[in-house]
Structure formats: structure tokens, C-alpha cells
Ligand binder design. Sequence first.
Ligand code: NDP
Length: 444
Amino acid sequence: MKILAPILEDVLKRNPNEPEFHQAVKEVLESLEPVAQKNPKWVEAGIFDRIVEPERQIMFRVPWVDDAGKVHVNRGFRVQFNSAIGPYKGGLRFHPSVNLGIIKFLGFEQILKNSLTGLPIGGGKGGSDFDPKGKSDNEIMRFCQSFMTELCKHIGPDTDVPAGDIGVGGREIGYMYGQYKRIRNEFTGVLTGKGLTYGGSLARTEATGYGMCYFVEAMLKAKGNSFQGKTVVISGSGNVAIYGCEKATQLGGKVVALSDSNGYIYHKEGIDLAAVKRIKEVERKRIQAYLEVHPEAEYHEGCAGIWNIPCDIALPSATQNELNEEAAKTLVKNGCIAVGEGANMPCTPEAVEVFLQNKVLFGPAKAANAGGVATSALEMSQNSMRYSWTFEEVDAKLQSIMANIYKNASEAAKEYGVEDNYVVGANIAGFLKVAETMYAQGII
Ligand code: NDP
């Protein structure tokens, strides 16, 4: 890296103690070096310097009272990273590991991911270090109301439209939407992932997992292959993992493992998804409870071991940096032919390198998991029209969006001389539209 090296250096210096943000920026700038060489006017206009600095970062106190009357204080975040091509858009994450650096890495990635969808949405991300695990519904509600009491000052249907992410599903979106409506006295599409009775889109719940499988199927198809008859391992057992499992199975694959942060289940005969949905979505129990229904399956403590299970396709769908170099080598040794990132940045840079060097088809997060945010943008369109499309209509649009993302990422990779490298392809394809727009809008 020549032209962009000083920008990376500056990012490392100005944003200390934010390793995930550094990791994301480094990967993107490395991919964009040939673009910088080809477009000196973008370098002169400071496009690369500006895209790595959020337009706005909001941090706030979120006080709430638990069921025993004790007061707690959490920290809330919203990073409005880039609004060149549309209102800020990106999820809210509630997890104790959340800090400014993690929200910045997610918000930065979101800029290029949202651009790749071809839809008019800018990049943002938010959340809190609140841990929803073990909290009562009333505690979750009080937290969500307190969080939205501050956040509502900074968002709006034409400004910033948050969605869910880790720890934020339909229940949390419902409580936050209720509080927004109460304070602002507006019934607008300010959040996505809403319930179907108040503006939610059919197929939004399924979209990220389904979209990931559509992308992986497109990579396989280009090589004359498919999900049919393949053994699949998926990490996580949340929204992305569950609907990834559903679509992989519908496409003819056999999913044999799922996990949570405590451990993983291995069911050689194939995962019983109805049981998983009941355990995770209705009973909100740990994945270990699967053995109460299927004692013939295995449960192993610790989630890293899941990558030792032999499989053809691996879909890491839990969290960042959950699949390292050693795990990648094991997957390659066991004959894995394709990896699709359901989670954001689940593979470490060293793991990605192992996959690329061994010609494993690798779908990076900003391409493979873009189906969720794309369908969120479709929810925004339906809200603006005050109209709802059918499940089949939304799913058809999702399929065509994922096919386009694949096409654009693979064409960009080819054009820049790195055929089949979808990491570089997705970064470049996503960046071009944002850069052109930032250039057109002047130095702002
Ligand atoms: P959920 O909260 O529904 O599920 C998260 C799953 O990952 C759970 O099984 C959870 O286990 C596990 N997990 C979370 N943190 C860790 C950790 N530190 N170590 C091990 N396992 C962990 O979240 P989603 O399914 O929505 O999100 C999963 C990933 O997909 C995230 O990276 C998110 O950013 C990304 N994503 C989500 C989209 C969406 O539409 N939902 C869109 C695009 C990307 P446990 O219950 O034990 O915490």
C-alpha cells in the first residue's frame, strides 16, 4: 500500500484502543489502493481521508431500574458514519462487549455493504453495552424506553433508520418503536425489523440468513456446484444462523451443527430446525437444551471446536473474529469448499488469507450478509408507500439483489486483476458509488 498508507497510519493514531475498527479499515484501504492509483482526483478531494472518519458519533447515558428497584447505568452509542447515498442505516447491538470501536467497525463496514445492495442507504451503527441475557421482559422494556428517549433526538425516517443486530430482535424493536412514537407523536418508518402489524416487512426476519445462502449458492453455481448434498456447519443460533439453516436445508444442504456463546451441538443426521426455533425464539433457552429433545445429538462446551467438524460449507454467523487461522486450516484440511460470512467480520484476516490461498470460495460479510439491510431498505420503501408486498415479492427482490451483489463483486474483482477474490471485489464495488457521490457533493 503506497498512496493510502498514511491514511491508515493516521486512523491507527487517532483512534487508539479500537482494534476491530483498525482491522476493518486496514482491509478496506488495502483493497482500495488500486482504485486510488486509478483515480487521483478522489485522492485530491480527500475522499479516502473523509470516508474513514464518521460524520457524527453520539454517546449517551442510559439509566434504567431493574425489577428489584436497583438503578443501572449503561452506555448508548450511535455512529452516523456516512450519508452520501442515503439516510444512515444499520443495526443496534445490545451486548456487554459493545464499545465505541466495535460500533465504528460495524458502521464503517455498513457504508460499503449498503452501497453494494444498490439501494439508497448510507452507513451507521449503534447499540449499548447492556446485556439482555437473563433480564425479564419488563426490564428489557424499561431499558429500551430509556435508550430510545435519547436516541429519538438523533434519528428519523429521512435521517437515520436503525434496525436490529445481536441482542436486538422483534421484542426490542417493538419497545423502542413504541417509545419513539410516544415521544415524537409520529407513526413513521423510523426503525426496521418491526412487527408485521405495525409496518414490518414480510421476509425481513429471514432475510440475512436467506441472503447469505443465496450469495453462497451464486459462488458455487459459478463453479458448476451447489448446496445440494453438502454438509454445512453454522455457528451461532440467533437470527442469522436460524434462517441460514432454514435456507441451506431448502437448497439441499444438510446442516449438522449450531452454537451459542457457551458451546455447540453436533447432530450428524441433520439439525431439527423446528426444535431450535422453539428453544431459541420461544423459550429463549441455551442451545444445550436441544439435547432434551434429541439426546442422540452431541453437546460440546466452548464454541471454537465447531470448526473441527468436517463440512463442505461453513457459515460463521455468531460474532466478529470467531474463526481464526487454525480453524481455517482445519476446515481446509477437512475439505471445506465454501465459506459465507453471516456475521460481521467473523473470520480473522489470517483465516481469510488461508481460505483465499487454498481457493476456498469466500463470501465476505459485506456481500454475503447484505440481504438483511437490503430487506430493511425494502421495509422503508413499503412504509413510505403505506403498502405491503407479499413474502414472495420481497423474497424475489432479495434474490435479485443478492445475485446483483455477486455479479458486481465478481466483476470488480476481475477488472482489478484478482478474479474470485470477493473480498477485494466487494470493497471496490461498494466504494465506487460512494466515492463518486461524495465527489459530486463537494467537500463536506
Ligand atoms: P442474535 O443476537 O440473534 O444471535 C447471535 C448469536 O451469536 C447467538 O447464538 C449468540 O450466542 C452468538 N454470539 C454472540 N456473541 C457471541 C460471542 N461473543 N461469542 C460466541 N457466540 C456469540 O444476532 P444475529 O443473528 O442478528 O447476529 C449475528 C451476526 O450477524 C452479528 O455479527 C451481526 O452483526 C450479523 N448480522 C446480523 C444481521 C441481522 O439482520 N440480524 C444483518 C447483518 C449482519 P449467545 O446467545 O450465547 O450470546
